[in-house]
Design a protein around this ligand. Structure first.
Ligand code: NDP
Ligand code: KPL
Length: 324
């Protein structure tokens, strides 16, 4: 049965977020601000009572910190989810790290409603390919894909700070298309969000940005803005030059000048940020390198293309990850 706009906005939580970290919590706040009810799927056995978000500082209000916003949320623990628990979820938004997506969704697919729609919102690429194979067994399900350049940081387990505005691009992946009311709700709730008919091209463009900025900031231990220095520009160009033929082999047309402009724009706009990979390395956490430069290297191998710099960078980050 197709949910009505009223169901989507008013009913008991039929939207769930899996991966209630920085981005997951931000999306929860943004949906809740539009009166949607959101269920949290968390591995924290005590579950949160409330989530709190410190909003973005208005550029004109430099002297005061904006008030935090707190909302209450029902939650379920991911380790013991039953089909009965999951029966109400019609839209599952997955905001885990890329390397957690497939392992978390694989056991869940058989328990979700037959017509549940899944939206992936992570950096890097690859999980959608594994999921396309798994979803072949669930013909009424559908997958949407997305990427966001909003910034969010965890202040504590259930408290985040909204650290940056940025474009969010969403689009159809495969299987059943997302219900129009959910699509409208997402686009209304997430600032600067857009539906892309060709989401795979958008994901490759974001992948190119992450391939350049994330590992270089982790290797050089610097903020994103430091990559504007002339000594990094050749490396960035070389990474993009290696990536373009790989994207082309997948039917995605990218151009060097356009990508360079996008990368340098993000370097400029997020100059004060420490990239997620820099932070993962600094805090001795696994990185998403396998789904970023690793994805490019792996696809290149499949097409008989050479990407020596991506390969070398993959090795450097793996060796940084191994240092404890
Ligand atoms: N933060 C940012 O500003 C941006 C992030 N991104 C991308 O968004 C994605 C998410 O990033 P971010 O929110 O920062 O990452 P976080 O690590 O903050 O969030 C990931 C969440 O997944 C949860 N999780 C992991 N395993 C399980 C499990 N078995 N059961 C339930 N929950 C689980 C983690 O739980 P736990 O809390 O218990 O660890 C955590 O809350 C990444 O791909 C990132 O690159 C993109 C743009 C900006
Ligand atoms: C866009 C960028 C590089 C912002 O820091 C990012 O996505 C990340 O850090 O993972």
């Amino acid at each position: 049965m197709t949910p009505s706009a009223e169901d989507v906005l008013q009913n008991t939580a039929n939207i769930a977020v899996l991966g209630v970290g920085a981005v997951g919590q931000l999306i929860c706040h943004q949906l809740t601000a539009k009166a949607a009810k959101v269920l949290l799927l968390t591995r924290d056995v005590s579950g949160p009572q409330t989530l709190t978000c410190q909003p973005l500082m208005d550029a004109s209000a430099t002297s005061c910190v904006p008030d935090s916003v707190t909302h209450q949320y029902p939650s379920l623990i991911t380790t013991n989810l039953t089909a009965e628990h999951l029966a109400h979820i019609r839209l599952l938004i997955v905001t885990t790290k890329a390397y957690q997506v497939v392992a978390l969704l694989t056991p869940l697919l058989a328990k979700l409603r037959a017509d549940c729609h899944i939206l992936l919102l992570h950096n890097g690429m690859g999980p959608h390919l594994a999921l396309s194979v798994l979803l072949a067994q669930h013909p009424a399900m559908g997958l949407s894909l997305g990427t966001t350049s909003q910034g969010a940081m965890r202040l504590s387990q259930w408290q985040i700070k909204h650290t940056g505005t940025g474009l969010t691009q969403l689009g159809h992946g495969f299987g059943a298309v997302i219900n129009d009311n959910y699509r409208a709700l997402l686009l209304d709730a997430i600032p600067d969000s857009h539906w892309q008919d060709d989401i795979i091209t958008s994901l490759w463009q974001k992948l190119a940005i992450n391939c350049a900025i994330n590992p270089l900031t982790a290797i050089h231990q610097c903020q994103n803005g430091a990559l504007a220095a002339p000594q990094h520009q050749d490396t960035i160009s070389q990474l993009l030059l290696e990536l373009i033929p790989v994207a082309k082999a997948q039917g995605v047309k990218l151009e060097l000048d356009n990508l360079l402009e996008k990368v340098n724009q993000v370097i400029h706009l997020t100059a004060q940020n420490y990239s997620s990979m820099y932070q993962d390395i600094t805090h001795h956490r696994p990185t998403e390198i396998a789904q970023i430069n690793g994805y490019v290297s792996q696809c290149a191998q499949e097409y008989g293309l050479k990407t020596p710099l991506h390969h070398a960078i993959l090795a450097s980050i793996k060796s940084l990850e191994a240092q404890d």
